[in-house]
Design a protein around this ligand. Structure first.
Ligand code: PMP
Length: 313
């Protein structure tokens, strides 16, 4: 039984391959779709998509972001992502520069310009450009960046086999519910996972599982799903919400509570949820086999439902 791990599995993010290509050069070339960049209300060639070194995103990580994906050119759960973006911005007293309707227009335009069927839209809002001083600057307008890049979905072979993970101490700050661009704790955890040759880092705070470095974590025990509750310790994943609604439709019991690492090791099934990975079975954690060593029936049922919902199956 082969367990796929990052690095050895051929999972690669090739989305950087078109960096540097200008929209003007490439827009007419059907064989080479352009990645799209947008700054402060304008679509610009990638090479012109630059921000000041005084930007507070660069100086302090003072900003928020979202990642939205498309299925056949249509942004998925756009409302939920924009709602979370607004909430994140509000929690940091960041000015939301565009209305919901305006955002929807920019995003749809960007997706159309890029032309990818499967794309990931990255949005970032920072507090803006100001001389370096920790406190909020008085008159500053936010910096808004959006990119649209091709999404390379995980292979069916990886989905079928499931992935390996390792646990890593959750070193992040106390407001993980805000989707802040401060991702150092996540970055360090993911690096640990990479060094261990596994797909994801599962974060553990005071002995309890919070979430993945870029995903939510669900354990299945005796037919019930157990997952960390919403609150300051986790990001309320858009995929998490959709999956928990699906679970209710499948009459699967859901318990939102923290659980210890041992509970993970002895779970019948473990799976991850996230915008780009969707529903992904975890079959090995810290070198221990989970359940039967294959994605279990509840993971498979939810993944199948996901594929039907998104038309990706
Ligand atoms: N937790 C963290 C820390 C994440 O970075 C992500 C990915 N955005 C998730 C959970 C999953 O969230 P979503 O389903 O909205 O992609």
């Amino acid at each position: 039984m082969e367990i796929h791990r990052r690095g050895s599995s051929g999972v690669s993010d090739r989305s950087d391959e078109f960096i540097g290509e200008s929209i003007g050069e490439s827009i007419g070339l059907l064989s080479r779709m352009p990645d799209i960049a947008f700054i402060n209300g304008r679509f610009v060639p990638w090479a012109e998509a630059t921000v000041s070194i005084d930007d507070r995103g660069f100086q302090f990580g003072d900003g928020v972001y979202e990642v939205i994906r498309t299925y056949r050119g249509v942004p998925f759960e756009l409302d939920a992502h924009l709602e979370r973006l607004s909430r994140s911005a509000k929690e940091l007293s960041l000015l939301q520069p565009y209305s919901r309707t305006q955002w929807m227009e920019w995003i749809r335009e960007g997706v159309k310009l890029a032309g990818y069927r499967e794309a990931k839209v990255y949005i970032q809002i920072t507090r803006g450009v100001a001389p370096r001083d920790h406190a909020f600057p008085p008159d500053v307008s936010p910096t808004v960046v959006m990119t649209v890049r091709e999404l390379h979905p995980l292979s069916p072979a990886i989905r079928h086999a499931g992935v390996a993970a390792r646990t890593v101490e959750d070193l992040r700050w106390g407001r993980c519910d805000i989707k802040s661009i401060n991702l150092l704790g996540n970055v360090l955890a993911r690096e640990e996972a990479k060094k261990a040759g596994v797909f994801e880092a599962i974060l553990v705070k005071d002995g309890l599982v919070t979430e993945g470095s870029a995903s939510n974590v669900m354990a299945v025990r005796a037919g019930s799903i157990v997952t960390a509750p919403e609150g300051p310790r986790i990001l309320s994943g858009v995929t998490r919400t959709v999956v928990l609604t699906m679970a209710a439709k499948e009459r699967i019991l859901v318990e939102e509570r923290f659980f210890p690492v041992d509970f993970l090791y002895t779970a019948d099934e473990v799976f991850l949820t996230g915008t780009t990975i969707e529903v992904l079975g975890v079959v090995e954690i810290d070198g221990r086999v989970i359940g039967t060593g294959r994605p279990g029936p509840i993971t498979r049922a939810l993944a199948a439902r996901w594929a039907r919902l998104t038309g990706s199956g």
